[in-house]
Design a protein around this ligand. Structure first.
Ligand SMILES: [Mn+2]
Length: 274
């Protein structure tokens, strides 16, 4: 019998040392429009037990992958950027060095900066979002959900934005890609995927900090995901879900299902569907 616990993600019950995939919560809000994303990791864990570990879309089962949920980093929004960076270095870098794949639940989008800063040079950032996050500063701060991709670009990362439909005037020269086409990636590339939940349409993901009309559906996401080229996915995050804006399990169940599908797409041996 599978243990039931809303305090681990669905099926993520392997000890960390035996796991090939590690799920972690990064409940951090550096600066956010509407506070509440720090509650997202536990809400997604709770919602994950409402879905099946088996995916009918991929013919794969999360239960067949050794996954460990290492819980949440203990953080305070009052901590400085340097403190958060050293916390990520202490807790995330060792997992990467052991060859584990990491799936992180934010938090606001600034967490991507702290995680990606631990990755080797050359890892490309595939960025699913309604927004480019390429502002130079936002409300007087240089590192936050609206500037995170610009800061990563400045640190030498290649950013591939997808699903964008809201662009600030200062961002208008930044190129982005539609969900209907495969991104410019190929076999052999090392990739980190960052999923802002506001890439989805607000009708299916209402509980996000910055909802934007005209977003993608879950079938469109799946079609995009399942047709991605066979690059090496080092890790991914799912950010900007705000449980305080949600009355029922809607965005949280979508978030849990997105995590299941990305893990199964890249990190499992699948049955061959007839
Ligand atoms: Mn966004």
């Amino acid at each position: 019998m599978k243990p039931y616990s809303k305090f681990t993600f669905l099926s993520a019950t392997s000890p960390a040392e035996e796991a090939s995939v590690v799920i972690a919560g990064f409940p951090y809000e550096l600066t956010t429009s509407i506070p509440g994303t720090i509650l997202a990791p536990n809400k997604i864990r709770e919602a994950s037990w409402l879905i099946e570990a088996y995916s009918p879309y991929q013919g794969g089962d999360l239960a067949s992958i050794p996954i460990s949920d290492v819980a949440n980093l203990t953080l305070s929004s009052l901590e400085r950027k340097e403190d958060i960076l050293s916390r990520a270095e202490k807790h995330i870098l060792p997992l990467l060095n052991q060859g584990k794949k990491i799936a992180t639940m934010g938090g606001d989008h600034s967490i991507t900066y702290f995680i990606v800063s631990q990755l080797p040079a050359g890892v490309k950032i595939l960025h699913l979002d309604a927004h480019l996050d390429f502002r130079n500063s936002w409300r007087g701060s240089s590192l936050n959900h609206a500037t995170v991709m610009k800061r990563l670009k400045e640190s030498g990362r290649e950013i591939i934005p997808v699903g964008i439909r809201s662009v600030a005037a200062e961002e208008k020269t930044v190129a982005f890609f539609p969900v209907g086409k495969p991104p410019p990636l190929k076999k052999g590339d090392k990739v980190y995927l960052s999923i802002d939940m506001d890439v989805f349409d607000p009708s299916i993901a209402p509980a996000v900090s910055n909802p934007e009309p005209g977003g993608i559906s879950f079938p469109e996401f799946l079609k995009w995901l399942l047709h991605l080229p066979p690059f090496e996915l080092i890790g991914f995050d799912i950010v900007e879900f705000n449980p305080l804006l949600e009355g029922a399990h809607i965005t949280s169940v979508l978030g849990a299902t997105v995590i299941r599908e990305v893990i199964l797409k890249f990190w499992s041996e699948k049955e061959v569907l007839a």
